[in-house]
Design a protein around this ligand. Structure first.
Ligand code: FO1
Length: 461
């Protein structure tokens, strides 16, 4: 390899002539200065051209139902990243508005030699990039800063099971688990004076729903992410076999940071190796961190309708269809689910954990989504409600991992058929008895619904 980055991490999205000009990195998924391959590549390209380098962020007026909770987390973390970039003499230019329009206007001023940007398989991000290029067709390199094995290398098609995807990934890992270079100060100073907002001005532009408040006990940003990882490794990893017990409190707490790209999964794995950590607990954690997450990007990259019933595998669509007329013992509206007003104290507790803490425990998220399937008139409505609630309250919603997890629960994505039953057909079933075999359900209910006596009224006839 000629430089510091494996060229397979880079896709040239738009060739075109490269006039002399600065290099820009449009950061919209990997909100970090350290261990960031798109930034490493942008810097290498700027060095090669002896050109200035700047990072640009555009605050979108809305983003998949995000509320103040997620925007506050993102911007607070981004302030720290801006300081780290400034220490490397790389300015963070900030704009607000529709990203394709704003970034194109900025490029019309700066006439960059090259735009580097984050890979993101979500529909909205493909649209941003397409609309940007319609307005300003400049050379664009897309770099996968999210996955250890770039999504287009891991597989060139949709993988239907982790079982077939895992060996592909493990085959490529040695080649892509290379160390990140340090972010040294950039030698070619940024001299252009361009319009850029500051953080108070950005916050003043908020037009988001403020009813979902920021979460108090999670510190946004790269330092908070690293501290959370260190605490997990020191205090919880050894007990990670208890990860399916929501009362055990052994999960890493890293999902909000991974969602906003404030920590790199590759850097986490390199950290584990550097500390000589291995064994079943580490394997279990890496399975969640690498195999499941990179499978989720594979799902969204190769399934354009990843958030629709039509994106479910054929066997799942058929079985759900066969049972779409089955009577539902309970039927709830979006508002009843949102208000944790079902007959089921366990489901209500899971919803309150989501609303209160911005995260829902992994095992319970499956139960939570499956019950929405069971208690709605039809699968499309269940999928819509589950995505709406997850995107509205979860700090780690609005990304491939969330869409794949909900599609697994409701539509058998990355799963197989099980014994047939009403409503679910052969979609894997979960119920409270199953949860009671795994963990202390009453304790979890008490934790998340203080004062609520578990009520079991008679089902709707
Ligand atoms: N990316 C942006 O470039 N600009 C935004 O204003 C923005 C808001 C936003 C709000 C909530 C959220 O969950 C994500 C948001 N993102 C924004 C994108 C986001 O950071 C990435 O899509 C995820 O990190 C994907 O993993």
């Amino acid at each position: 390899m000629n430089g510091l980055i494996n060229p397979d991490r880079i896709r040239s999205i738009h060739p075109g002539s490269a006039p002399a000009g600065p290099v820009l990195y449009w950061m919209h998924r990997e909100f970090r200065a350290r261990n960031n391959w798109p930034l490493v590549h942008a810097r290498e390209e700027a060095l090669r051209r002896q050109a200035p380098l700047a990072v640009v962020f555009c605050l979108a007026p809305s983003f998949l139902g995000a509320t103040l909770r997620q925007y506050d987390f993102l911007l607070t973390g981004l302030e720290e990243t801006a300081r780290l970039l400034r220490a490397a003499r790389i300015p963070l230019i900030m704009r607000s508005g529709e990203p394709p329009e704003e970034i194109a206007q900025l490029c019309a001023q700066l006439r960059p030699a090259l735009m580097v940007t984050d890979f993101d398989p979500l529909r909205i991000k493909r649209q941003w990039l397409d609309q940007f290029l319609e307005r300003f067709p400049c050379p664009v390199h897309e770099v996968d800063g999210r996955n250890i094995v770039p999504a287009w290398i891991a597989s060139d098609h949709r993988e239907f099971m982790a079982r077939t995807f895992r060996p592909r990934l493990h085959r490529h890992l040695p080649e892509f688990l290379d160390p990140f270079p340090q972010l040294d100060p950039h030698p070619f100073p940024w001299t252009a004076s361009v319009a850029s907002l500051d953080f108070p001005a950005l916050r003043a532009r908020f037009r988001v729903d403020e009813r979902v408040a920021p979460v108090a006990d999670v510190v946004p940003g790269e330092t908070g992410a690293q501290a959370t990882l260190d605490r997990f490794i020191d205090q919880r990893l050894a007990d990670y076999h208890l990860r399916n017990d929501p009362n055990a409190g052994v999960n890493s707490g890293l999902s909000p940071y991974l969602h906003f790209g404030m920590i790199s999964s590759q850097a986490i794995v390199l950290d584990l190796h550097r500390q000589g950590l291995r064994g079943d607990q580490v394997d279990g954690f890496v399975e969640e961190l690498v195999v499941r997450r990179e499978l989720a990007d594979n799902f969204c990259l190769y399934t354009p309708d990843y958030d629709r019933v039509s994106g479910f595998p054929e066997w799942a669509r058929a079985t759900l269809n066969r049972h779409r007329r089955d009577p539902r013992a309970w039927v709830y509206s979006q508002d009843q689910f949102d208000g944790a007003l079902t007959h089921d104290p366990l489901w209500n507790a899971a919803q309150r954990q989501l609303v209160t803490s911005g995260v829902i425990h992994g095992y319970l998220r499956m139960y939570w989504a499956k019950k929405i399937l069971e208690w709605t008139e039809e699968p499309a409505e269940a999928l819509r409600i589950a995505i709406y609630l997850n995107d509205r309250y979860a700090l780690d919603g609005r990304e491939s991992n969330g869409y794949a997890g909900i599609a697994w629960s409701i539509g058998g994505v990355h799963d197989r058929g099980w014994s047939e039953r009403p409503v679910f057909g052969t979609i894997r079933f979960m119920n409270e008895a199953g949860c009671r075999r795994k963990f202390d359900v009453n304790r979890y209910i008490r934790t998340w619904t203080p004062g609520q006596v578990p009520l079991f009224p008679t089902p709707i006839a």
